[in-house]
Ligand binder design. Structure first.
Ligand code: UGA
Length: 449
């Protein structure tokens, strides 16, 4: 099928490359020429496991094209995914990019007199946006028949290829059968055993928010249990939550085998969630609900608990070291999770700022963040090292914020060799406590002995 993608960002490129890999003829459009050139030159502007290799393959097959001319996209395709950003602005969702993308798309459909074009909203938008804001833009401009669908994405950074190729659901929100058939045909080779879930536009929009809010809630729930645990001697909150997961309403038993659900990895205490989706989407749906005069005590708490996590790490450090003024602190892990180079809303960045405010000297190391000069997110007062040993040198405390596998090999000998006095605070609860003598290893969520 001939399919267009509007927006060559993370979601657009992943969608385009994966569709091209299954023999669809893809044209990617972006207003930003640099982004178009990235696709043209076959170089991904971000890191995503396996995607660069897949891009190389699709380029050799010559079925992935890029353009900054919307007329070319319309002429070469029968429908397109709209994958532009919907960031947060002044605490609410900023729809300016998607509104102007839809407006430009309508003009291009009209100019090219294209009949029965299918517009598939892929960007995350608050409920009713597609019908009440985007549809009127199209209706105002077009005399031609067109079809509008809302098909949310459920791609996890670091796992996006597998999530796309083996989806657990394909939600198709639509207003007519033509749109449904078109989207089903696109995804038929990806469907595997999962079902198409047919909904209206609004339910499709809300499914996306419910999904992200649910997993965020699990993390904040785990952190609230950890907050309680910290006040009780000898309680291990990780064990408490593992026991919870083994409840057969969560972990099913099939032929004597326990089927542990994927959600168990979100039921783990830690230094908090981040990334470009969970914090943004929980804020957006919460503000949307409030605009509808719906109170959201649960979602408010999800964010509040999460916002306090970086400070929890600092307080734990302070309770061991005393004043942090002029102390040297090492932060390990800058990305919001492993297997990505994404720094957005990363808890470690909040922690760096808080340590700096307290007068500490901060150095940081991350396995993939090597070139920090063009990052606007990283505080300049922090030193960024290329080697873990350099970052540990002369340090009073090391705090681990990301579950990178490289950090699993941390041990007392290494800390002892480079630090002033070994002290490690594990913000993800994944290091092997046995590798560190008593009084040198602390895990978030435990009462300090
Ligand atoms: C999230 C959703 O998981 C995707 O389904 C969704 O499509 C995407 O947002 C989006 O809206 O575009 P992502 O932010 O990449 O994807 O990541 P997750 O892997 O779910 O991580 C989110 C947060 O949960 C991170 O802070 C991470 O550290 C934490 N997390 C992740 C866990 O605590 N446990 C895990 O097993 C995975």
């Amino acid at each position: 099928m001939k399919i267009g993608i509007i927006g060559a960002g993370y979601v657009g490129l992943t969608t385009g490359i994966c569709l091209a890999a299954k023999k669809h003829e893809i044209t990617i459009f972006d207003i930003n020429e640099e982004k178009v050139n990235h696709v043209h030159s076959g170089k991904l502007p971000f890191f995503e496991k396996g995607l660069q290799e897949l891009l190389n393959t699709t380029i050799t097959k010559n079925n992935l094209h890029s353009t900054n001319d919307l007329d070319i996209l319309i002429q070469n395709t029968d429908g397109c995914f709209v994958c532009v950003g919907t960031p947060t602005k002044n605490h609410t969702i900023d729809l300016s990019q998607i509104k102007s993308a839809i407006d430009a798309l309508a003009s291009a459909i009209k100019n090219n007199d294209k009949e029965n074009y299918v517009i598939i909203v892929r960007s995350t938008v608050t409920p009713s946006t597609t019908r009440k804001i985007l549809l009127p833009i199209l209706e105002d401009k077009l005399n031609q028949n067109f079809h509008l669908c809302m098909v949310p994405e459920f791609l996890r950074e670091g796992n996006a290829l597998d999530d796309f190729m083996n989806p657990d659901k394909i939600v198709i929100g639509s207003i007519d059968k033509y749109g449904i058939n078109f989207v089903e045909e696109i995804f038929i080779d990806f469907k595997g055993n999962c079902e198409f879930i047919h909904t209206n536009l609004e339910s499709a929009e809300l499914i996306k928010y419910a999904n992200n809010s649910f997993f965020s809630m699990l993390i904040s729930f785990s952190n609230e249990i950890a907050n309680i645990s910290e006040k009780i001697p000898n309680v291990d909150p990780y064990q408490v939550l593992k026991a919870l997961v083994s409840d057969k309403r969560i972990t099913s038993q099939i032929n004597g085998q326990s089927i542990v659900p994927g959600l168990d990895s979100y039921l783990v205490p830690g230094c908090g969630f981040g990334g470009s989706c969970f914090p943004k989407d929980v804020k957006a749906i919460l503000n949307f609900a409030q605009s509808q005069k719906v109170s959201t005590p649960l979602l408010n708490a999800v964010l509040q608990i999460n916002d306090e996590r970086p400070d929890k790490m600092i307080k734990l450090c302070e309770s061991i070291l005393g004043s942090l003024k002029n102390k040297k602190i090492t932060i390990l892990g800058l990305t919001f999770k492993p297997d990505t180079d994404d720094l957005r809303s990363s808890p470690s960045i909040d922690a760096i700022k808080l340590f700096l405010e307290k007068g500490a000297q901060v150095s940081a190391y991350d396995p993939v963040i090597k070139n920090i000069s063009n990052s606007i997110l990283l505080p300049k007062e922090c030193t960024y090292n290329l080697k873990i040993e350099e970052s540990l040198e002369n340090s009073d405390a090391v705090l681990v914020f990301t579950k990178w596998s490289e950090f699993k090999s941390l041990n007392f000998e290494l800390l002892n060799k480079f630090m002033k006095k070994p002290l490690i605070i594990d913000g993800r609860g994944f290091l092997d406590k046995e590798k560190f003598p008593d009084g040198t290893y602390y895990k978030i969520g435990f009462m300090k002995e």
